[in-house]
Design a protein around this ligand. Structure first.
Ligand code: ATP
Ligand code: MG
Length: 315
């Protein structure tokens, strides 16, 4: 069995707000094996990007642990953190706002090489940047252009080339195709697959839509209001979802090949507030299967069958 590259235990991030404590990430557990893609899916505001930022230590956790190659990244000193930042990179949703408009493509992709002292001369940097452009499928003739001169797909390829510059092990892809049109999405998803095969990369692929992650993920974690509701392999999530929330998400995917039985489940009720949430199941107010007990006891993610974790008292 493949080794774990990353493991998160009881990770929490609470933000103090004027109205109370906002539980953005509220005690989540998962691991990612070397070379796999874990999809992280859930509606807007459920805490996905906060998880990504915690993993890169762009945010400090409220509590919990994050182990990368067996070492808690929260205990790294400055030098170790710099090394860790090489190994773990992020690709953002909006390739326009995440790229500095005043920098040329050469300088955007080359900047991390310079910061980390990987290339020693202009010539060496140019050579490496052009190689990275080849890998990312962006023609070398764009090397001296600026982000606004490129279409969305090429801009995202620049973001990817930059993320690859330091030879990372883990890429956190935060909605990397959400801003692109459908045909471009497919091309970029293919690129991620090719790069994974070529370099043995490990991905955390964040999306609000199951239809996007289904194409690339080995396993999928479904998040709802700061909690993981279900975590399993792609097949079971898509073809036999267990948690009522996963069932609703799957039923909403417009993919004929999924051979779906049953009707589309419309989620009723409002998303509850993440500020000072009730201690019982977060999904209670919208759940079709809820019982009295669901409001009386806390739920936890637990293994209900081998390789399938579900956060529901009724499973
Ligand atoms: N710095 C912050 N201060 C206070 N609240 C924050 C902060 N960052 C995020 N939040 C809140 O934490 C919750 C989770 O936000 P997050 O951005 O992680 O969600 P998301 O799942 O990535 O959503 P989206 O799909 O919209 O990107 C939201 O309620 C958000 O308003
Ligand atoms: Mg987000």
């Amino acid at each position: 069995m493949a080794e774990k590259l990353l493991e998160v235990k009881q990770l929490k991030k609470h933000f103090k707000t004027g109205k109370g404590m906002l539980h953005a990430v509220d005690g989540i557990d998962f691991h990612i094996l070397k070379g796999e893609t874990l999809g992280l899916v859930g509606e807007s505001g459920c805490g996905k990007s906060t998880v990504g930022r915690l993993l890169l230590r762009l945010l400090e956790a409220t509590s919990g642990s994050i182990e990368f190659e067996g070492k808690d990244i929260q205990s790294l000193n400055k030098k170790e953190l710099k090394e860790f930042r090489k190994e773990c990179q992020m690709v953002f949703q909006d390739p326009f706002s995440s790229l500095d408009p005043r920098m040329s493509i050469m300088d955007i992709i080359g900047e991390p090489l310079e910061i980390h002292g990987i290339t020693k001369s202009r010539k060496e940097k140019e050579k490496k940047v052009k190689e990275l452009m080849d890998y990312s499928g962006i023609a070398r003739r764009y090397v001296n252009t600026y982000p606004h001169e490129l279409d969305g797909g090429r801009r995202q390829r620049v973001g990817i080339a930059r993320a690859l510059a330091l030879n990372p092990k883990l890429l956190i892809l935060d909605e990397p195709v959400s801003a692109l049109d459908v045909s471009m999405q497919a091309q970029i998803l293919n690129l991620f697959k090719d790069l994974q095969n070529e370099f043995g990369l490990t991905y955390l692929f964040i999306a609000h839509d199951l239809a996007v992650v289904e194409y690339v993920s080995d396993r999928i974690a479904v998040m709802y209001m700061g909690k993981v509701m279900e975590l399993s392999d792609y097949d079971r999530i898509m073809h036999a979802p267990s948690h009522p929330y996963t069932k609703a998400l799957v039923s909403a995917i417009p993919i004929p090949s999924l051979d779906k039985k049953g009707e589309r489940i419309i989620l009723e009720g409002d998303v509850p507030s993440p500020i000072n949430p009730d201690p019982y199941c977060r999904f209670y107010g919208r759940c079709r299967e809820r019982q009295k007990i669901c409001k009386e006891q806390e739920t936890h993610l637990r293994e209900v069958e081998t390789g399938r974790l579900v956060n529901c008292l009724l499973r």
